[in-house]
Design a protein around this ligand. Structure first.
Ligand code: ATP
Ligand code: MG
Length: 322
């Protein structure tokens, strides 16, 4: 299917001095989709996003947004996008409504149109009843909702969200996912970054896994999981000391594609569990490894992440709760 392309990134690189933050990445975002950049801290997600929204100039390569070049046509690009930064730059002494009013003045929106839009946006993000309280008294989730309302104020065709739910509680995260889905249903294109696997899995139509400034893989969550080829058998052993022996016994066996040690056992990628399970149990038995628990899963997005980066995303991402 031919789909309209909203964003076209071609061989984009960005260095800060000698540090290469983004290295020769290329991808396209289709109109009307939710596209995610998934990666650990320092992967280059914000740098990529900030280049697309014209805040940064690429060191090399190009990017276009709705056919407009982010360097040559930067002013025009700014007219069609909204941006919700990772670090909020909102003055918490103003009320929620005052923030939006200030922004409306910056965008030169006529007063009555601004008032109407602000009313709609406060309703959309469920902040109507808190609109006239100082934003510094808002909870983390309410502040993030206000950030999103600010990003939507210019009525953008494309919305860029940098870590929309970072550090939020489960309830607030789910609400924000709902808003993002609603924006998509209204025809908006959404580009977001995240270092949450579940967010990428459940919210994004397609995503790029980015690590060390490079795209490791790209596709829909389902494509990426299917692309791994094979299911995962997770074995928990009674004694973790036996893990290395079982790991080396299984590596290279015909029914087994990959073996990875976990805290308590092994994750074994297999072509078909019917063929692999007998081999796993036979090896465990022969090596006298007590099996406490055995579980079989379709690959998850964390398996995809590990397969393409060689490690778990949690191992690279310190928690950043507020
Ligand atoms: N202004 C800057 N000057 C120098 N180095 C920078 C600057 N901004 C980012 N970097 C570096 O570039 C790399 C990519 O940073 P970036 O902020 O794009 O990562 P990220 O994927 O958004 O990470 P996070 O999940 O922590 O937000 C990192 O190594 C970072 O330290
Ligand atoms: Mg970032």
């Amino acid at each position: 299917m031919d789909r309209a392309i909203a964003i076209d990134v071609s061989h984009l690189s960005k260095s800060y001095g000698s540090h290469v933050a983004v290295a020769d990445i290329s991808f396209q975002v289709y109109a009307g989709e939710i596209f995610g950049l998934l990666g650990p801290n320092g992967a280059g997600k914000s740098t990529t996003l900030r280049t697309l929204i014209t805040l940064l100039t690429p060191s090399s390569g190009t990017a276009t947004v709705l056919g407009l070049d982010t360097v040559r046509d930067a002013d025009k690009v700014r007219h069609v996008i909204g941006y919700v930064p990772q670090e909020r730059a909102i003055d918490r002494f103003l009320t929620g409504r005052e923030h939006l009013e200030l922004l409306a003045a910056l965008y030169h929106l006529p007063k009555d149109e601004a008032a109407k839009r602000i009313g709609e946006l406060l309703k959309l993000v469920e902040l109507e009843s808190h609109a006239d309280r100082p934003a510094k008294t808002y909870s983390g989730g309410m502040k993030r909702k206000l950030d999103i309302a600010c990003g939507l104020l210019p009525d953008p065709k494309i919305l860029f969200l940098d870590e929309p739910t970072l550090g939020l509680d489960v309830q607030s995260r789910l609400r924000i996912w709902d808003y993002v889905r609603m924006l998509k249903a209204r025809g908006m294109t959404v580009v977001m970054t995240t270092n949450y696997l579940d967010e990428a899995d459940q919210l994004c139509d397609r995503l790029a896994i980015i690590d060390g400034g490079r795209i490791k893989t790209l596709g829909s969550p389902v494509e990426l999981k299917v692309g791994l080829g094979g299911d995962i058998v997770s074995v928990t052993l009674k004694e973790s000391a036996k893990i290395p022996a079982l790991e080396s016994a299984l590596k290279g066996q015909p029914a087994i594609r990959a073996v990875r040690a976990t805290d308590k056992g092994l994750d074994i990628r297999v072509e078909s569990p019917e063929k692999a399970l007998p081999a796993v149990l036979e090896a465990a038995n022969r090596l006298n490894c007590g099996v406490e628990f055995i579980q079989y899963n379709r690959p998850r997005l964390d398996d995809v992440f590990i397969a393409h980066t060689g490690r778990r995303i949690e191992e690279t991402t310190p928690s950043k709760m507020e």
